[in-house]
Ligand binder design. Structure first.
Ligand code: DUR
Ligand code: ZN
Length: 137
């Protein structure tokens, strides 16, 4: 008998707290050892304090000692579009490397995957902070 499992990012979307946008997003982040951290968007009455699903998942992982990731999958309710991470989340992902995968999904299970470095080309990262001019020290 065929068994279909709901993807972790779709399950995480069910917990989205988004009374203002009504736009539910879920994420499932896979660490180097296979451990999965999920996240959802968490909005706030003070609008700009809202958190994206991706950043929720990454923050959960880092706060439990994980800094190396293989992939993140993102889910929304958009039937016609793959959910694409915002610029802030791309930078947040980039902090932990550029060679890991972002799976942008649709509710039907289809997806588009790209590397962090392709979603955020010519990026600024942790190593750049070590490259300032010697004279400014
Ligand atoms: O990739 C995305 C795009 C949007 N959102 C959230 C932010 C806000 O709560 C809502 C509408 O932008 O969706 C995410 O969590 N991840
Ligand atoms: Zn975002």
């Amino acid at each position: 008998m065929a068994v279909s499992r709901e993807p972790r990012e779709a399950k995480a979307k069910e917990f989205a707290y988004c009374p203002y946008s009504k736009f539910r997003v879920g994420a499932a982040l896979v660490a180097h050892d296979g451990t999965v951290f999920t996240g959802c968007n968490v909005e706030n009455a003070c609008n700009n304090l809202g958190l994206c699903a991706e950043r929720t998942a990454i923050t959960k992982a880092v706060s439990e000692g994980y800094r190396s990731f293989k992939a993140i999958a993102i889910a929304s309710d958009m039937e016609e579009e793959f959910i694409s991470p915002c610029g802030g989340c791309r930078q947040f992902m980039r902090e932990f490397g550029v060679k890991w995968s972002v799976f942008m999904t649709k509710p039907d299970g289809s997806y588009m995957d790209m590397l962090v470095e392709d979603l955020l080309p010519v990026s600024f990262g942790p190593d750049d902070l070590k490259k300032k001019k010697a004279s400014s020290e």
